[in-house]
Write a protein that binds this ligand. Structure first.
Ligand code: P53
Length: 474
């Protein structure tokens, strides 16, 4: 049992959670620049301000961990750990500040040229998320984001600009981060629906337009460089029936189809699954899907499938009346008495990763990559400056063992990029103290600290894992 020779070990971040420099060198406002810091309990309900008021409130994305200015130091640390791949995102609003311009902002493009050149120095392959929760604010405000068909064209123009510019520097792309959050209210991070309440029809119409934008980008990208690998990305929250009561099992199947299967089916198989067509019919949801759209979805299928994996949850047929809901899952899943939870209530389930990899692979049989996984935890800096994050090492070790078993099961798993390889702003809560990194960043929830970087115990541990291609787990 072992990892393939060319397995892509690395780490993952997103621009809005680490770059900072939110209004520098021509960058426009992105939707996430309007998110205030939340609190531990706020979870995914951070305040979203239509008008930014920096005198009154702290907006964590405005400074992030300042990687806009410190990326060279950060990449050197990634290289020290032996990263083969680095998953990062491009801030759309650096390239098209308002989103609807014809011509891109050269300063934004030049910045990422430098980042890619820096990665190339160390032989690290970039894996670029084109849109990671960072639609230009103007597109949401003026067009209701992806509810307006014109936004499909803006996205295609943006993606094509990136493909042309970086065609010899980047091979691996992802069109949208966690696209399946578009099936719920949380989807405003992707589709930009924040001006008012939207009907379910409107939400699914916007998601449909996101699918079309993704398909158009895949087609355009392959024309520009046939070597490109363009993938989808889903938040995969694996579900178990709470009990073996057939009612619970059936409910699990229904919620699972809609949250975990629907978007992957569209992006990998190129068509809407039967259960969503029926769901639309039964609930009088009128999504306009033309024959031309269907052909586009068919032609614009992705080359590989990627997902985030943090937790599993349990489903019962009376979710509404339960008081044992778990954190992180946005459909109200309940606890599993066989699992431990993180300090944020996310249920830790390494064996679930093997199960999940097999579940996804049996459905699609395309190469898979785990592009997010990790433990958000409080870290303590000792008086000598060391950070002994054994709990994080233990979390990764157990997940890596299960990935190896999944590969042994026959799953074509090509890479692993743990989330927040350097501490960054939490997407859910806006906290800094929910730390994921191998690299510690001196910064607190209110924005104080030197922003200095230091190596945690897990840093040395992960270096040894990569060096041994997953054999030496300590
Ligand atoms: P944070 C919820 C559940 C699963 C994945 O999340 C999620 C979320 C959003 O909170 O998002 C992904 O920072 C996302 C990253 C995010 C990461 O998970 O809330 O792609 O941007 O930071 C971890 O702990």
């Amino acid at each position: 049992m072992s990892f393939p020779k060319n397995f892509l070990w690395g780490g993952a971040t997103a621009a809005n959670q680490c770059e900072g420099a939110w209004n520098v060198a021509g960058k426009g406002e992105s939707i996430c620049d309007h998110n205030r810091a939340g609190s531990r309990t706020a979870n995914t309900r951070r305040s979203f301000d239509l008008v930014i008021d920096t005198d009154k409130y702290y907006y964590p994305s405005h400074t992030g961990i300042d990687s806009y200015h410190r990326y060279k130091e950060d990449i050197a640390l990634f290289a020290e750990m032996g990263f083969k791949v680095y998953r990062m995102s491009i801030a759309w609003s650096r390239i098209f500040p308002n989103g609807d311009e014809d011509a891109p902002n050269e300063a934004g493009l030049a910045f990422y040229d430098e980042v890619f050149d820096e990665l190339a120095k160390y032989g690290i392959e970039p894996l670029v998320t084109i849109s990671h929760f960072e639609l230009p604010f103007h597109l949401g405000k003026t067009y209701d984001g992806f509810l307006d068909k014109r936004t499909i064209g803006f996205y295609e123009n943006y993606a094509t600009t990136l493909f042309e510019r970086y065609k010899n520097k980047v091979k691996y792309w992802l069109t949208f981060n966690e696209i399946n959050f578009g099936t719920m209210d949380h989807g405003k991070r992707i589709n930009g629906l924040f001006n008012r309440e939207y009907t379910e029809t409107e939400q699914y119409q916007a998601l449909h337009n996101v699918f079309l934008a993704s398909a158009r980008a895949v087609i355009a990208g392959h024309k520009i460089n046939p070597e490109f690998k363009i993938g989808c990305m889903l938040a995969y929250i694996t579900m178990y029936p709470k009990t073996c009561r057939p009612e619970d099992v059936l409910k699990t199947q229904q919620i699972n189809e809609k949250f975990n299967f629907f978007c992957g089916d569209v992006q990998v198989k190129g068509k809407y699954p039967y259960f969503m067509k029926r769901y639309f019919e039964k609930n009088h949801i009128q999504v306009d899907v033309t024959e031309e759209d269907k052909a586009l979805l068919k032609a614009g299928t992705v080359d590989y499938y990627t997902f985030s994996y943090y937790m599993t949850t349990c489903i019962t047929d009376d979710l509404e009346n339960r008081n044992d809901k778990t954190g992180g899952n946005l459909f109200g899943g309940v606890s599993n008495e066989y699992l431990e939870t993180s300090d944020w209530g996310w249920q830790i389930d390494p064996i679930g990763l093997r199960y999940t990899l097999n579940q996804i692979y049996s459905r699609y049989e395309v190469p898979l990559m785990v592009v997010e996984n990790g433990l958000g935890a409080f870290d303590e800096v000792e008086t000598d400056g060391s950070i002994n994050d054994d709990y994080r090492i233990d979390y990764f070790k157990r997940h890596i063992i299960e990935m190896e078993k999944a590969i042994d099961d026959g799953v074509d798993l090509i890479g692993y990029t743990p989330w927040g390889c350097i501490d960054l702003i939490s997407a859910g809560t806006g906290e800094m103290s929910k730390r994921y990194g191998f690299i510690y960043v001196d910064r607190d929830d209110e924005g104080n600290g030197t922003l200095d970087r230091s190596r945690k115990k897990s840093f040395y541990w992960y270096k040894q894992v990569i060096e041994s291609n997953g054999e030496n787990l300590g």
